[in-house]
Design a protein around this ligand. Structure first.
Ligand SMILES: Cc1cc2nc3c(=O)[nH]c(=O)nc-3n(C[C@H](O)[C@H](O)[C@H](O)COP(=O)(O)O)c2cc1C
Length: 184
């Protein structure tokens, strides 16, 4: 049932990934579900840059060096994690949003549609027993210094994916939905 897939989806981090690879076919299956996200005025604003294979290490090096040169609170541990995490993953996908040149809808709607596309990917990966999570480091704002981004295209984060062993922990929420809902 869809409600069980939603309930059992977890953020799965690079430290939990095993050495198994993720195939191009598996990545394509996951991406295909992103394309079915709802969106206003058919702008289909989601764009993805797939780092799969040797490019993962280059991405990590770029993120770490960008972090080093832009942060005012440098931490050696964060620097090392930025280098290592992309290579622990089976694949890293930059989550991008292409602004409609006509600006026919507000930007927040394009970000919302892209986030729904990512949730589609996250749920599909979860059903395929591929762990994933959305990482949003400050260095995402500089992705255009590393790869080509179109005018109006913006990186919203990175979707890490990796296979894992064993069972995932139970999810937690701070409060039940009743406390976040008002019936009128
Ligand atoms: C837009 C967005 C950005 C996120 N950025 C980060 C991040 O930078 N680092 C991180 O550890 N988790 C990030 N997460 C994942 C959350 O930490 C994770 O979903 C949360 O802990 C809830 O856990 P669950 O997804 O297993 O229920 C992000 C999630 C979203 C939706």
């Amino acid at each position: 049932m869809i409600k069980d897939i939603i309930r059992n989806r977890r953020a799965v981090f690079p430290a939990q990934y095993n050495e198994d690879t993720i195939s191009k076919e598996e990545i394509s299956t996951i991406l295909e579900t992103a394309n079915w996200a709802p969106n206003h005025r058919r702008t289909e604003p989601w764009r993805f840059k797939v780092f799969h294979g040797i490019s993962q290490a280059a991405l990590g090096k770029f993120m770490a060096e960008t972090y080093k040169s832009t942060t005012d609170k440098f931490s050696e541990r964060s620097y090392q994690k930025m280098i290592e995490n992309p290579t622990k993953a089976g694949c890293v996908i930059a989550i991008c949003m292409q602004r409609d040149p006509k600006e026919s809808v507000p930007e927040w709607e394009e970000i919302a549609a892209t986030a729904i596309a990512v949730q589609n990917m996250w749920l599909t990966a979860s059903e395929m027993k591929i762990g994933s999570y959305w990482s949003s480091p400050g260095v995402k704002e500089h992705l255009g210094d590393f790869i080509n981004l179109e005018d109006g295209e913006r990186c919203l984060g990175f979707f890490y994916m990796g296979k894992y062993d064993g069972e995932l922990p139970e999810g937690t929420r701070k409060s039940p939905i009743e406390e976040k809902t008002e019936w009128i």
